[in-house]
Write a protein that binds this ligand. Sequence first.
Ligand SMILES: [Zn+2]
Ligand SMILES: [Zn+2]
Length: 131
Amino acid sequence: MSTDKTAPGADKHAAMLAKIRRDVELRQNSYRERALKMFPHVCASCSREFAGKRLPELTVHHKDGNHQNNPNDGSNWELLCIYCHDHEHEKYKLQGLVDNFTQPAAPAVARMANPFEKLGDLLKPKPDKPA
Ligand SMILES: [Zn+2]
Ligand SMILES: [Zn+2]
C-alpha cells in the first residue's frame, strides 16, 4: 500500500475509477429491474404471466443481442420467460448458420489460383536447357 503524499491526486483518481466501475456494474445489473418496472410481467412470446415467486423465470432479452445496449426507453428489451428466451437464441444461432452458408467463398478460390499458375510455368518447355 502506498501512503505517498507527493501524489495527492492518486487516491482521488483511484476512488473515481472505482466509482465509475461500480456505476457501470450497477447499470448492467439493473437493466432487468428497469425492464420489469417498465413492462407488464408477461412473456412477450407465450403471453404467460409471471408474478411473485415465478417472477425470476421472466428474463430480459436484448433484441439486438447486445447486452451493453440498454437504452432508457427500453426499446432494446423484451421480457421473455426462460423457455421462450432459450428458443429465441436458438433461432439466432440458426440464422447465423444460414448467413455463413450464403457467404461467397472467394478466399478459397484465390488460394487455388496461384498453385495452378506456378504449375503452368513448370510445364512450359525450357528452350535454353541443354539437350
Ligand atoms: Zn414464454
Ligand atoms: Zn436474449
